[in-house]
Structure formats: structure tokens, C-alpha cells
Write a protein that binds this ligand. Structure first.
Ligand SMILES: C[S@@+](CC[C@H](N)C(=O)[O-])C[C@H]1O[C@@H](n2cnc3c(N)ncnc32)[C@H](O)[C@@H]1O
Ligand code: SF4
Ligand code: SF4
Length: 322
């Protein structure tokens, strides 16, 4: 049936540290209503009542058929009109159920209490996914989408095994944000097959700034791993290096130019540009001209260097504010 809906209401699941949600995009419509995308609270792994799960989804699908939407979904960029099938299955996944990381970015939500976030013991995801495949809940993997938040995925217990399970079952469009500190053979394999893209946020053009922002001494290691992933990838555009503009840390042209030099020197052909989330939230809609000009400069420089550029929605909002 033809109506306006989204992949996540129809086929999605987000595993969080203590909940199951439809997706991780409710916050884009406002922090006050994002809880509406929760399907089960107090979830800490183990069995899922799939009848109850799909009953909740059916109610939401019915709302969409009638042109009604939760406040958390109204005006969401992922809503689109198309012919949606009636069958109940899952092929869109977001993994956000762990918090430990091998890095310590000053801007990360884990920075306030790194010890607690690193100690937090996540539930085991592999048996849950294995059981979903066995029960036939996961289908149509040719149209699948997998996103990883976290925490650092590559240090997640059983990460390589989980990726291999998905890839061997035909997963496409696996998106990984990684610190790039630990090299993953499963990522390498998936890049070779062209079923994964990765984003590594280096945020600096030199060791000194990297260590100030990331608070670990891994600059050389990360670039070494970027080169290895880039070499393995069937298409170089699958490996993206990101720069988050962080006012007070790396918002100057010298750093930005050094970062572009590293990108080119290391054979990277795709980059991402973002602006630090807290700065964005506290400054919108009156962004400083300096940050606007730096984003505009990075857009221009990417074109000149023939780099594929992805601009995150916050940086895009700054660009569009003039
Ligand atoms: C929470 S991280 C987890 C994945 C992985 N450890 C990493 O950093 O790539 C997910 C993504 O959010 C970005 N991110 C985290 N905190 C941010 C912030 N305050 N502002 C903008 N982007 C942020 C990271 O760069 C990363 O691409
Ligand atoms: S409309 Fe947006 S917020 Fe709502 S479930 Fe779909 S992707 Fe998530
Ligand atoms: S690498 Fe990712 S999870 Fe780790 S501290 Fe940085 S932003 Fe947070």
C-alpha cells in the first residue's frame, strides 16, 4: 500500500543499553519527545516478545496509513511516500547497546564519567541476532541497513563475529563509526566486498591537536589503519575521514589545511564535515561568522581537491544560516 512512512517503523530496531527503540532519530525532532520511539523499556538482553513487538509496529504503521504521526516522527527526514509491504520482518538495525571505548574525545557524551562508561557491561547481542535469523525475523537483507553508535564497535565483545554473521547472510549498507585505533579484520573483509562504509573522525591535522581532542596517543596508528582500510576497500569512497569543528580546539585554518594535507597524502578520497553538537545546540540559530566561514572554506577546499564531501546536518544548518 502507498503511504508516507519510514524504514524504521516498518523494518527497524535499535538496541540501546536499557531499551529497544524503533530508531535513533527521534531526537532530531526534539529531546522531549524522542522517548515515543521506545518499544520496550528496561531491556537488558535476552528474549524478545516478537508478537508484542510487531503488534506495536502494526499500530504505528496503521497511524501512518491514516496520515497520523507521533510528535517524535513529525517532519522526520526519514519519512517518505512509497509502496510499503504488509509483511512483518526486520532488516534495519542500530546498535547502541554499549559505551566502552579505546579513546577519550573531549566532546563525547562519555567524557563526563569515562570510568563508568568503560566499566559498563553490555548485554550479549550475537545470540539475539543469531536467534532472529533462525526464527526468520530478519528478511530481505538485500535492502538492509546496519548502523553502529556506541561506544567503540571494534572493541565490542564478538564484534568481528557479528559482522561476519551479517555479511554471510547478505547484509548490505553496513555503516560503522570507529575511532580507527583497533584494526578489524571483519571491517577489512566487508570493505573488500563493498558492503560496508566506515567513518573515522580524526578531527586534527597533527599529533598535538589530535592528542588534545582525543586524549590518547594514537594519531600515527589511526592513520596507518586508515591506509590499510583504504587499500582493502573495493571502492575508496567507502572509507571516510571526518573533521568535527570543535570551537576552541581545532577551529583554525592552519589545522584545517594540515588535515586536508594528511587526507590527500594518505590517499583518502571521501571526507565528512561536522560541527560539535553541544556548541551547535547552544549557538543555534546565531552561529558565529568564523565557524560559518570555516565550513564554507572546507566545502570549497574539498571540491578543489576532488574529494567526496558529506556534510552532517548540524554543519549544513550553519552553512544555510547565511
Ligand atoms: C558516539 S560515536 C561512537 C562511534 C565511534 N567510537 C566513533 O567515535 O566514531 C558516534 C559518532 O558521533 C560522533 N560524535 C560524538 N560526539 C559528538 C559531538 N559532541 N559532536 C559531533 N559529533 C559527535 C563521532 O565522531 C562518531 O562519528
Ligand atoms: S519517522 Fe523518523 S523518528 Fe520516527 S521512527 Fe521513522 S526514522 Fe524514527
Ligand atoms: S571514539 Fe567515539 S565513543 Fe570513543 S570517545 Fe570518541 S566519540 Fe566517544
Amino acid at each position: 500500500m502507498q503511504y508516507k512512512s519510514c524504514q524504521w517503523v516498518n523494518r527497524g530496531i535499535e538496541f540501546r543499553t536499557d531499551e529497544i527503540r524503533l530508531c535513533c532519530y527521534g531526537y532530531l525532532q526534539g529531546r522531549e519527545t524522542e522517548y515515543q520511539t521506545t518499544l520496550f523499556t528496561d531491556y537488558h538482553g535476552g528474549k524478545i516478545d516478537w508478537d508484542a513487538f510487531f503488534k506495536k509496529k502494526d499500530e504505528l504503521k496503521q497511524m501512518h496509513k491514516e496520515g497520523k504521526y507521533l510528535d517524535a516522527c513529525k517532519d522526520c527526514i526519514y519519512l517518505h511516500e512509497r509502496d510499503w509491504d504488509e509483511e512483518n520482518y526486520i532488516n534495519h538495525f542500530t546498535f547502541n547497546h554499549w559505551t566502552k571505548c579505546n579513546c577519550n574525545c573531549t566532546y563525547c557524551y562519555t567524557n563526563g564519567d569515562k570510568k563508568a562508561f568503560n566499566k559498563y557491561k553490555e548485554y550479549k547481542i550475537y545470540p539475539i541476532i543469531k536467534d532472529m535469523f533462525k526464527q526468520g525475523i530478519i528478511k530481505k537483507m538485500g535492502e538492509s541497513c546496519l548502523c553502529f553508535g556506541g561506544g567503540e564497535p571494534t572493541i565490542l565483545d564478538g564484534f568481528d563475529k557479528l559482522i561476519d554473521l551479517f555479511v554471510s547472510n547478505g547484509a548490505k549498507n553496513i555503516r560503522i563509526n570507529t575511532s580507527g585505533i583497533k584494526y578489524s579484520k571483519a571491517i577489512e573483509k566487508a570493505l573488500k566486498l563493498g558492503v560496508m562504509s566506515i567513518v573515522i573522525s580524526t578531527d586534527a591535522g597533527c599529533e598535538q591537536t589530535y592528542e588534545k581532542v582525543k586524549q590518547v596517543k594514537c594519531y600515527k596508528k589511526v592513520w596507518e589503519n586508515i591506509r590499510k582500510y583504504n587499500k582493502a576497500a573495493v571502492d575508496k569512497k567507502l572509507v571516510k575521514v571526518k573533521y568535527i569543528l570543535i570551537p576552541g580546539f581545532n577551529d583554525n585554518y592552519e589545522e584545517i589545511n594540515k588535515w586536508f594535507d594528511e587526507v590527500v597524502k594518505n590517499g583518502v578520497t571521501a571526507v565528512s564535515l561536522s560541527v560539535e553538537q553541544d556548541w551547535y545546540n547552544t549557538h543555534q540559530p546565531d552561529f558565529t561568522p568564523e565557524i560559518y566561514e570555516q565550513i564554507a572554506y572546507m566545502e570549497k577546499r574539498s571540491k578543489e581537491l576532488n574529494l567526496d564531501l558529506e556534510i552532517y546536518c548540524e554543519a549544513l544548518a550553519v552553512l544555510r544560516s547565511k
